[in-house]
Ligand binder design. Sequence first.
Ligand code: ADE
Length: 267
Amino acid sequence: MRVDLVTIFPAYFHVLDFSLMGRAREAGLLDVVVHDLRGWTADRHRTVDDAPYGGGAGMVMRADVWGRALDEVLAAPPTPPEADEEGGDAPEPVLDPHAPPRRRILAFPTPSGVPLTQAIAQDLAGADQLVIACGRYEGIDQRVADHYRDQEVEVLEYSIGDYVLNGGEAAALVLVEAVARLLDGVLGNPESLVEESYSAAGLLEYPVYTRPRSWRGIETPEVLLSGDHARIARWRRDRSLVRTARRRPDLIDALDAKDLDGRDREV
Ligand code: ADE
């Protein structure tokens, strides 16, 4: 997958050189390109914003600057194939006339977007290109998202939570990590994704423990040391239910009654 990040703070994304994301990039599973929005400004001061029509506080990012940037970034070619083992040149990409159209997503982090969920991340993991337009100040002129929605691009205005950040960069990092870890080959142990998909069934994860067995007088729950897999599974499910009821009662309300067994109702 190719990810393009457009921002006025390119240095913000240096963290993507490290850890799981850095390894995914080295392995050629993920191609991340960071662009400085000011490269598409047309004046000496490299202006990206202006006062809002209708008045009010703050500044709005200009549609003309964003339009020039996004036209160019969305026209970027797909990630080229890796060079072969002997270090030879990568083969020329062959254009297949029967290939499905490339799936391009243009995402705008904004506190007024739809809440980002695991289901959205899962869907985006199937895209060929993910472009994230990071706004600052009071946001990006609304015509930008509206314009590209009319092109062959899927537009997503998303929020990472009910709080306001200074700009979209932190929310862009969140989206990149949520999507990239779902790509084939990125996680060392894809089993963890299977476990997570159970929690995506609507409950929070149960608490986890590892050695030492006793730490500062706090014992590991005895059931986890029992080797009794059925008891362990039941205990974990109970802890998930209790935790979810306390911390996210909205998720309990949203559960489908047919997914609850008799014991669940007792918890
Ligand atoms: N930009 C500012 N606040 C944000 C939020 N909560 N989610 C996504 N983008 C944002």
